[in-house]
Design a protein around this ligand. Structure first.
Ligand SMILES: NC(=O)c1ccc[n+]([C@@H]2O[C@H](COP(=O)([O-])OP(=O)(O)OC[C@H]3O[C@@H](n4cnc5c(N)ncnc54)[C@H](OP(=O)(O)O)[C@@H]3O)[C@@H](O)[C@H]2O)c1
Length: 258
């Protein structure tokens, strides 16, 4: 897969977004993302991160552009185009001020969902000022009104593990018809969905870079033995110079026997 992929294959896959069977060169990677939801929350959820060989998604100062190559960027925009909603954490908004659109590929923009538990972000970021629509997911007891800039505010229960409850967010999105959900980052946000057993699929790009320090990809509860780690199967795709690992999580979470 690379940035010059045959667009007709991509257009064929986009048709699968609306129910046609996935076909073509992209279907092994994206077919599982397009599968119907089977979890009780009503959503199909894919997480994604681009990390260095030593498991960092950004430098210690928060610089992450760009860990992956052009193929990773294309892949990220494709996931946005296939999903109804893209979820990111407040830390990523603060560092990157992203737009979260599909400008690199044909396909619709997803609804943007920013998790900012205590509403610490100002309304000056692009997601709160510009189209497409944004939902701000915060705690039920967070201060402020029903709008944050142009974004609608969604109030959800706090999780004892930190942040808001991922399951509650998924149920709220499903109630709005947003059933295919892309959790794009950063590391804490993807980790919280993973720790809650809320990811069907995880796409991890590994770039041939060592930073030696920086923001970690995964932050999960400590385990005492290797055997207690979360073990899974994966499919490896080449997106030179990187590799993309397509991981079948199937809603597993740390602490489950595998
Ligand atoms: N390589 C990649 O694939 C990739 C993808 C996305 C982002 N990134 C990078 O990852 C970094 C962010 O990741 P992350 O794991 O630190 O966080 P994140 O998952 O984006 O956001 C979640 C965290 O943001 C916190 N937060 C930190 N500072 C905040 C502030 N000033 N205002 C509001 N909330 C704040 C939240 O607090 P609560 O506990 O209150 O919820 C929560 O802990 C950025 O440097 C970004 O560039 C890399």
């Amino acid at each position: 897969m690379n940035a010059s992929d045959c667009d007709t294959d991509w257009i064929a896959l986009l048709a699968a977004r609306d129910g046609a069977p996935p076909a073509g060169i992209h279907s092994p990677l994206f077919g599982p993302v397009l599968a119907p939801p089977s979890a009780p929350d009503g959503c199909r959820v894919v997480g994604r991160l681009a990390q260095t060989l030593d498991g960092r998604i950004a430098t210690a100062t928060g610089s992450s552009q760009w860990i992956g190559g052009p193929g990773d960027m294309l892949h990220t925009h494709r996931l946005r185009a296939l999903c109804h909603a893209v979820v990111i954490g407040a830390g990523t908004v603060r560092h990157d001020d992203p737009r979260l659109t599909t400008r690199e590929v044909p396909g619709p923009n997803p609804v943007r969902v920013v998790i900012d538990t205590d509403r610490r972000l100002s309304a000056d970021y692009r997601v709160f000022r510009e189209d497409p629509p944004t939902l701000l997911a915060c705690a039920e007891d967070a201060r402020g009104g029903d709008r944050h800039g142009t974004a609608e505010v969604l109030r959800l229960p706090r999780s004892p593990a930190g942040g808001i409850e991922p399951e509650a967010l998924l149920r709220a999105l499903a109630a709005r018809g947003l059933t295919r959900v892309f959790v794009e980052g950063g590391g804490l946000t993807v980790s919280r969905f993973l720790a809650a057993g809320c990811l069907d699929r995880l796409h991890v790009t590994v770039a041939p870079v060592l930073l030696g320090s920086g923001i970690p990809a995964f932050t999960l509860p400590e385990v005492p033995r290797i055997a207690d780690g979360l073990r899974f199967s994966w499919h490896v795709h080449e997106i030179p110079p990187d590799i993309l690992l397509d991981i079948e999580l199937c809603r597993m979470k740390p602490g489950m026997a595998s």
